[in-house]
Design a protein around this ligand. Structure first.
Ligand code: SF4
Length: 487
C-alpha cells in the first residue's frame, strides 16, 4: 500500500504571519516542495501525518483535526461534493494499515504562531534532544516495538505541546455528586427524554416561553440549538437562561463553527454564572448550508473534540487552555453529538470513543429511523467497551409530512430514512402527521430495548406541540410526572 497520496492540495498552503530567519524560511520552502506534492501539505506548522495514516487532515474543508464531522460519507465531503471526505479516507487507510488506534489520540488545535512555518525544524530539535545516535539505533532496530517507541519519542512532543498534553486515554470525571438534574437522573438509572425547543428568530420570546412551559413537565431537559444550518437565531445561552427562569433544565448547545478558543472559554464561564450546567459540544453545520453571503468555510479554530478536551480540563484540572489556573473551576455535565449513520459504524465508533476520552459524558445522536443499523453501531461501541462510560440518548424526529421526510433523507447530512418509511409517508395523504407520529412511536418501541440506550432526544424541528403526546403515548413520562393543568 503506498504511503504517499499524491494530492490535489485543495486549499493553498498557509503563509507565516511573521518574517522568519533565513535558515527557517529555507527549511520551510524545502518542506513545502517535498510534502506538498506527496501529501498535499498546507504547511499548518503542527504536523499530524503520523496519526492520520499519512493523509493530511488539513485538506478537510472544515479544517477538522480530530476525525470526521457528522456529514462524513464514503461518497463525498458534504461541504464540497466535488471531493472525497478526507477523514473517510484517513479512517479507511488506518484500518487497512492496522493503525486505527492511533486515531484515538486527542490532537491539539493549530498554534497560529507556527502556521505557515516548517515542522521539520522541531523534529530535528527533538532528535538532537534525545541523542541522534540513540534515535538512529532505535529506528534501525529489528524490534518493531522499540522502533515504534523511538518514533513516538520523536514525534509526540512535536504534535502534543505542553499546553495540550492530548492522549488516547479515558479520563473519568473528577467529581462524585451530579452537577445537574439531568446527570442525577441518568446516574440514578432513569430512562430519560430530552427535547429540543427552537430558539426564536426574533427578540420576541413569547413563543419560546410557551414552548418551554409546554414541554417542561414531559422531559428531563430541554436543548436549545446553536444556529442550526449556520443561520442566526437567538443564542443558546440566552434561551437556556430563559429556561432556568422558568424552572426548566436546559442543555446549552455550543457550535465550534462560531467560536474561537477565547470566545469558547469566556462563554462557558458566563454560562456557568447563569446556572447552566449541561453543555453539548458540536462542530456545527457548515457555512455551506447558510444563505448568501457565505462565511468562511475552510478553517475552524476548534473542533468538537477539542472543545470537550478544553472544557473537561477547565472543570477537572482548573486550567484554561493556555495553562493559567482558575481559583474556582466551573462544573459541567458535558455532552456531544453522535452520528450512527454518517459513515461506517466501526469508523463512527472510533470517533465516539475519542469524544468520550476527550470528556463527553452523554451523547445525543443524530435522527434515527433504522433501528437495525443503530444496533450495529451500538455493537461497535460495545466492542470498544465504552457503553458504560457514556449515556446515550437516541435522536427521534416525528415526520410531519412527506416533504420533510424527503428533505431529511436527501439533504441532511448523516440522516437516512429507509424506503418503506418514506413510502408510508408518501401514501399517507392527508394523514401525514398521524403517520409520522405512528412511525416515531414504533421506532421508540424498538429502540428502547437495545443495549446501551439510556433515553431519547426528541428533535421536533418547530413541531414542539407533538412532544407531550409523543412522550405520553410512548410511555416515556418522567418519574414523578404531574399532569399540567389545562390553560
Ligand atoms: S498536518 Fe500540517 S504539516 Fe502535516 S502534512 Fe498536513 S498541513 Fe502539512
Amino acid at each position: 500500500m503506498p504511503i504517499f497520496s499524491p494530492s490535489r492540495r485543495w486549499q493553498p498552503p498557509f503563509m507565516p504571519f511573521k518574517r522568519e530567519k533565513f535558515s527557517k524560511r529555507a527549511l520551510a520552502a524545502l518542506e513545502k516542495v517535498v510534502k506538498g506534492p506527496l501529501f498535499g501539505c498546507r504547511m499548518c506548522g503542527n504536523c499530524l501525518l503520523q496519526e492520520t495514516s499519512f493523509i493530511c487532515p488539513m485538506e478537510c474543508p472544515k479544517g477538522v483535526r480530530n476525525g470526521p464531522c457528522g456529514g462524513s460519507t464514503a461518497e463525498h465531503c458534504y461541504v464540497d461534493e466535488t471531493r472525497p471526505c478526507m477523514w473517510y479516507e484517513i479512517y479507511d487507510r488506518a484500518f487497512r494499515m492496522g493503525r486505527e488506534e492511533k486515531l484515538l489520540e486527542v490532537l491539539p488545535p493549530l498554534d497560529w504562531d507556527k502556521v505557515g512555518t516548517e515542522t521539520w525544524g522541531d523534529v530535528f530539535e527533538q532528535v538532537k534532544h534525545l541523542g541522534t545516535s540513540k534515535v538512529f539505533k532505535g529506528i534501525m532496530t529489528k524490534d518493531s516495538l522499540s522502533r515504534a517507541t523511538t518514533w513516538d519519542m520523536v514525534f509526540r512532543p512535536v504534535r502534543q505541546p505542553d499546553w495540550w498534553e492530548g492522549d488516547s486515554e479515558y479520563h473519568a470525571p473528577k467529581y462524585e455528586e451530579p452537577v445537574s438534574d439531568l446527570e442525577r437522573r441518568l446516574k440514578a438509572g432513569e430512562f430519560v427524554v430530552t427535547s429540543e425547543v427552537m430558539p426564536p428568530m426574533t427578540v420576541a420570546t413569547g413563543k419560546l416561553s410557551r414552548n418551554i412551559d409546554m414541554v417542561k413537565p414531559y422531559v428531563a431537559a430541554i436543548n436549545f440549538t446553536d444556529c442550526p444550518s449556520a443561520t442566526p437565531r437567538m443564542s443558546s445561552w440566552a434561551c437556556s437562561s430563559t429556561a432556568i427562569n422558568q424552572n426548566a433544565e436546559p442543555v446549552m448547545q455550543i457550535a465550534a463553527r462560531d467560536r474561537t478558543r477565547v470566545g469558547l472559554q469566556a462563554e462557558v464561564l458566563g454560562a456557568y454564572n447563569l446556572g447552566i450546567r449541561n453543555i453539548l459540544c458540536l462542530s456545527g453545520d457548515s457555512m455551506n448550508m447558510a444563505s448568501e453571503p457565505k462565511g468562511r468555510m475552510d478553517v475552524i479554530d476548534l473542533d468538537s473534540v477539542q472543545m470537550l478536551w478544553i472544557l473537561r480540563r477547565m472543570r477537572d484540572e482548573g486550567k484554561y487552555l493556555d495553562g493559567r489556573e482558575m481559583k474556582q473551576p466551573p462544573q459541567y455535565f458535558l455532552g456531544a453529538a453522535a452520528s450512527p449513520f454518517a459513515s461506517e459504524p466501526k469508523f463512527q465508533a472510533i470517533r465516539e470513543h475519542k469524544k468520550i476520552n476527550a470528556g463527553a459524558q452523554f451523547f445525543q445522536t443524530n435522527l434515527v429511523y433504522d433501528p437495525d443499523h443503530l444496533e450495529i453501531w451500538l455493537n461497535e461501541l460495545a466492542k470498544r467497551n465504552i457503553l458504560d462510560k457514556v449515556y446515550i440518548l437516541i435522536g427521534i424526529t416525528p415526520l410531519k409530512n412527506y416533504r420533510m421526510a424527503k428533505y431529511m433523507n436527501d439533504d441532511v447530512p448523516g440522516v437516512y430514512i429507509p424506503v418503506p418509511l418514506l413510502k408510508r409517508m408518501e401514501d399517507a395523504g392527508d394523514n401525514e402527521a398521524e403517520e409520522g407520529l405512528q412511525i416515531a412511536l414504533e421506532l421508540v418501541e424498538k429502540i428502547r430495548k437495545l443495549q446501551g440506550v439510556n433515553g431519547f432526544h426528541i428533535m421536533a424541528v418547530g413541531w414542539e406541540e407533538i412532544v407531550p403526546r409523543l412522550v405520553t403515548e410512548a410511555n416515556l413520562l418522567p418519574a414523578g410526572f404531574v399532569q399540567p393543568e389545562k390553560v
